[in-house]
Design a protein around this ligand. Structure first.
Ligand code: SER
Length: 862
């Protein structure tokens, strides 16, 4: 049986038992308290806690999961993974322990035909209810039911902030004594390879609060997790998960690239397993919209990608190779995850880009490490090792290895401290990122349910205040229903007014602290508000329309980008406001000016065609058939909303739009830049802001024209003239310079001497001190030894520079000489023995002063 078949059989089995099939959620969960989806139950968390009636009460899924706590063990054992698939059946207050156990047994024994006698059961210490079911109802012999503690047999909660949890019961398979440790105590739970746990049945009985207190759930739930890779290994009769048809083809491919055969060398086997595990995770993480970066999810991705690259290097590869494995992963998994096929090329490119980057830093890091070692340090400090790790993406293991070769150690403890410090920062940053963890809003949701949004159809309503939240000057209102759009999906929130007799409020922003609630931030202009008060709501229409225009323009832009650059363009973020739109998307080079022009042109063409923009609600299944663009990694509900621009674009989108593209007026791109590796950003305007853009440009031209003393129509001619003049002036300057150099020769004719000392007094009018110094420098090289005195009448001042060559500056100092001139001409000046300068007042006496230079020197000499 193939892994793909096993997945299908499981889903079919529970579907036949009336379970609703729910597709795998993204690896990026909606739950803001979690970094990754780490179990099948994550997407169902709220359903275990729900008090209201649910749309369905039992479910089955195959969930892609990603976990990092076992990262160091991956590859070293036969059963640990970062990425894996979890099959699971769920009950939300429907059936409980008995049925869950019966279903599991039926599936394992009757469907999969696993040998009954090799199956062992573990239960939580005092869970006698489960014990009795296994023993009496199922008939498992007492000696094969063991009781394990909290560590093994109490599951959850999945988040540190609490949530559903409960005792669990696990099914183990006994591979026989030849795989065991041989100890008399060997039984399920032992670390050796004899007993393998493959199915965990969790009895979700409690809701653990933030303080760790277990509060019983009104109705018990079932959450089971059956590792697809483990089950496949068992059914395919192979020694490890890595040898199943879900993973082995990847190992084979790596063997082809490296020339390293699996099963020949223990260390290399570990490397091969690590790479195979990591490339699956890399492929799925990128497919769900995670991009390598230095924080949050992106950092985790970067870490495993670099780790995998490094293990390739340890097997002799020194060039990117992981990107070539994306295709192998896709081929194995595409049946269940068809989105991989269309994203494959993009995933591959992102992987390659990251590999190339790391290849660079790996070498730079190596050099740096060598420098540290050459400095003669006996121990590389944890701080240095961490810097290498953090800044250069240099894995600690590699640092250790190279250090070891030179008999140097690494302060691992200090490294760990640094790492923990950083991880702590990453975690707290993450926790702080969502106000949605805030309990108040969850309490409000429990009490009042999801806010009804009316704003697709109308901009006015009569609504009732359900709750008022006050925090200093910050006042927030929850209404039963609202036409105000709460900021989400990149679109900013609405503004407007709320009124009643004697009451007048401004809505200054609208947002969604949790997806189900729409909250209005208000300013009270008049009156007092109380709960249950009825208010008339009016959304600021102009503001909303301006936003809607930019939202439709974003869809138009995405279409045009795909037309011009290709279908690999995938949205990775957006911001839609009344003033502009920002659209981030995956692309690997700057967009060329002609491409950018074409994109803009296409968008404008479609505006002129005045295409209809329509919205339609449908099931996600129908939407898939329609080939709509869904957001990377975004999880959609059962019903989705499709926004269609006639004939050209279909996107799943919850935002608000205009009715026809003609309403945009025009579309103008105002910026294109890179925001991260492989991600570009376009900023653009439409509607009024686009018109204002034109006005602004016009104004700028007017201002320039005014400055150039011409009219805007003649501005080009004027600039041509100026450029022409500039050019001829530059030429003139060049000529003057040459002339000046030539005059240098003439100036030399003024050279005299006193007692064998060269003296060169020169007058050159119109020069500032700097120019005089430059000329002085060139004269100095000519006279080689002596004194140069330069005077210049310039802007009502007589500038003076005196230079003395170093060979005689002990005898005659420039600062001394200049004092004599200052004395004659008035003003001030000074300097050092070899160079002095002065600004003097009496221009009329400049000639006389320069003519008496020889006299002055003589006087100083004696
Ligand atoms: N939540 C349990 C687990 O992750 C069972 O699905 O193991």
């Amino acid at each position: 049986m193939t892994g793909n078949e096993i997945r299908k059989i499981f889903l079919e089995f529970f579907k036949s038992k009336g379970h609703r099939f729910v597709p795998s959620d993204s690896l990026v969960p909606k739950d803001p308290t979690l970094l990754f989806t780490s179990a099948g139950m994550v997407q169902f968390k709220p359903m275990f806690l729900a008090t209201e009636k649910l749309e369905y009460s039992t479910a089955v899924s195959c969930q892609k999961c990603f976990r990092t706590p076992d990262l160091e063990r991956v590859g070293h054992t036969i059963r640990h993974h970062t990425f894996f698939e979890m099959l699971g059946n769920f009950s939300f207050g429907d059936y409980f322990k008995k049925e869950a156990i019966e279903y599991a047994w039926e599936f394992v024994v009757d469907v999969l035909k696993l040998p009954k006698d090799d199956l062992w059961i573990s239960i939580y210490l005092d869970d006698n209810e489960a014990y009795e079911i296994w023993k009496k109802t199922i008939g498992v012999p007492e000696n094969r039911i063991i009781r394990l503690g909290k560590e093994e047999n109490f599951w959850g909660p999945v988040s540190t902030e609490g949530g559903p949890c409960g005792p669990c019961s696990e099914i183990y398979i006994d591979f026989g004594p030849k795989y065991g440790c041989g100890k008399a105590s060997c039984k399920p739970g032992c670390e050796c390879n004899r007993f393998e746990e493959f199915w965990n049945l969790v009895f979700q009985q409690y809701n653990q609060d933030e303080k760790g207190i277990l509060n019983p759930l009104p109705k018990g739930g079932i959450d089971t997790g059956l590792g697809l890779e483990r089950l496949t290994a068992i059914l395919q009769g192979v020694q490890s998960n890595f040898e199943t048809d879900l993973i082995k083809p990847i190992i084979n491919e790596i063997s082809l690239i490296t020339g390293v055969q699996y099963g020949k060398n223990k260390d290399f086997d570990v490397h091969l397993r690590i790479i195979a595990d990591h490339i699956r995770a890399i492929t799925f993480l990128i497919s769900d919209g995670v991009l390598p970066s230095n924080d949050g999810r992106g950092y985790v991705l970067r870490r495993i990608l670099r780790r995998a690259f490094r293990f390739g290097k340890l097997m002799g590869l020194d060039k990117p190779f992981l990107y070539t494995l994306v295709g192998t992963v896709t081929n194995i998994m595409k049946e269940s995850y068809p989105e991989l096929t269309e994203r494959r090329e993009n995933i591959s490119k992102i992987t390659l880009y990251e590999e190339e980057r790391f290849k660079e830093t790996l070498n730079t890091g190596e050099e740096l490490l060598n420098q540290l070692i050459e400095k003669g340090e006996k121990k590389i400090s944890g701080k240095d090792a961490f810097k290498l790790y953090d800044t250069y993406g240099f894995p600690l293991e590699l640092t250790k290895e190279i250090a070891q070769e030179r008999n140097i150690t690494v302060d691992e403890n200090e490294f760990k401290t640094e790492l923990e410090k950083q991880q702590h920062q990453a975690r707290t940053a993450w926790k702080g990122s969502g106000e949605s963890t805030n309990d108040i809003y969850h309490t409000l949701l429990n009490k009042y349910k999801t806010t009804e949004f009316l704003g697709y159809e109308t901009l006015e309503s009569d609504s009732t205040i359900l709750a008022i939240l006050k925090n200093n000057d910050n006042i927030e209102i929850l209404l039963d229903k609202t036409p105000f759009y709460g900021e989400s999906g990149g679109q900013v929130g609405d503004t407007g007014t709320l009124t009643a007799d004697g009451i007048n409020l401004d809505v200054i922003n609208t947002y969604k602290p949790i997806p189900e609630l729409i909250i209005h931030k208000v300013k009270i202009n008049k009156g007092n508000i109380t709960e249950e008060k009825k208010l008339h709501c009016i959304v600021n229409k102009e503001y909303r329309n301006a936003i809607a225009r930019h939202h439709t323009a974003t869809h138009l832009l995405q279409w045009a980008l795909r037309e011009v650059l290709g279908t690999h363009i995938t949205q990775s973020g957006s911001l839609v406001s009344s003033e502009s739109l920002r659209f981030d998307f995956t692309h690997f080079s700057a967009i060329k000016p002609n491409e950018l022009k074409r994109i803009e042109e296409l968008a404008n063409e479609k505006i002129l065609e005045n295409l209809c923009v329509t919205t339609k609600e449908m099931s996600i299944k129908e939407a898939r058939k329609e080939k709509v663009i869904a957001l990377f990694g975004e999880k959609y509900g059962e019903k989705v909303r499709m926004v269609e621009i006639d004939k050209i674009s279909k996107e799943l989108c919850g935002g608000t739009h205009i009715k026809a593209t003609g309403e945009l007026g025009s579309f103008k791109i105002i910026g294109e830049e890179s925001v991260a590796a492989g991600v570009r950003r376009i900023t653009a305007v439409t509607g009024m802001p686009a018109y204002k853009m034109v006005l602004k440009t016009e104004e700028l031209i007017e201002t320039i024209a005014l400055k150039l003393k011409t009219s805007s129509t003649d501005i080009q001619q004027k600039i041509e003239q100026l450029l022409q003049r500039n050019k001829s002036q530059e030429k003139e300057i060049e000529n003057l310079k040459t002339r000046l150099a030539g005059e240098g020769e003439n100036l030399m004719s003024k050279l005299t001497s006193v007692e064998g000392i060269n003296i060169l007094p020169v007058r050159l009018d119109g020069m500032d001190i700097n120019s005089l110094r430059k000329i002085g420098d060139s004269l100095k090289t000519k006279i080689k030894s002596g004194i140069i005195i330069l005077g210049s009448a310039n802007e009502n001042k007589a500038n003076l520079v005196v230079m003395v060559t170093s060979d005689i500056s002990a005898k005659l100092q420039a600062d001394k000489i200049i004092k004599e001139f200052v004395f004659m001409l008035g003003g001030s000046g000074g300097g050092k023995p070899e160079l002095a300068q002065a600004g003097c007042k009496d221009i009329l006496k400049l000639d006389v002063a320069l003519n008496s230079a020889t006299e002055i020197i003589k006087k100083i000499l004696h």
